[in-house]
Write a protein that binds this ligand. Sequence first.
Ligand code: DX5
Ligand code: ZN
Length: 217
Amino acid sequence: MVRKILCPSIMCADFGNFRSEITEMDAAGVDQYHMDIMDGEFVPNFALSWADFAAVRKMTTKPLDVHLMVKDPSVHLPYAFKHGADIIYVHYESGNAANYLYEIKANGRKAGLAINPETRLEEVQTLFPLIDTLLVMRVHPGFAGQVAIPDVEEKLSVLTDSPKRHFTIRLDGCVSPDVISKWAARGVEEFVCGTASEMFGIKRGMRSYKEIVESLR
Ligand code: DX5
Ligand code: ZN
């Protein structure tokens, strides 16, 4: 089995203790941070701001991804470049994804495509040659703490059964410890750890990030 890439979802962190959250997660050995940017239009919510992103960038040397849940990625891509995003996900459903993926690569970043639960692989496969990573949403984007949409399992099976895949798969939304075990065994490389992973929220209990990261590994 490949080493799991564990990516805490920073919108779920404790904003009252932001610096110690990042320091403790860094020391616990998380791999990358997942940064959700929303515009209140593509999804009916807001998450992190670019100021939050810039603050985290100064606190860690670990890779930061950006999950752009926005109507117009062209507004946000310059901020992602300026603030040092390592991996940038644009949603297929935002439109013009090919153009954005080219722009991301031209700026020397890893290009990621995010797909909603209802989006079929047949719709997006012509974009696969342009991507480094595919973010498969298990919930409708916009909110933490949702229940997974069962149909996504079939899509994931098709992807993991595919003999030649040059991009990594990252799961986002309702990624529980069981989901991580199941899909890591089937070749999924990367996992966004929000409340479902028990890294954040009430299921975390009194455990430290170190204990949680060790149990997820
Ligand atoms: C939701 C975000 C996720 C979210 C996942 O749209 O993209 O990153 O934080 O959190 P849980 O594990 O609660 O689904
Ligand atoms: Zn996300």
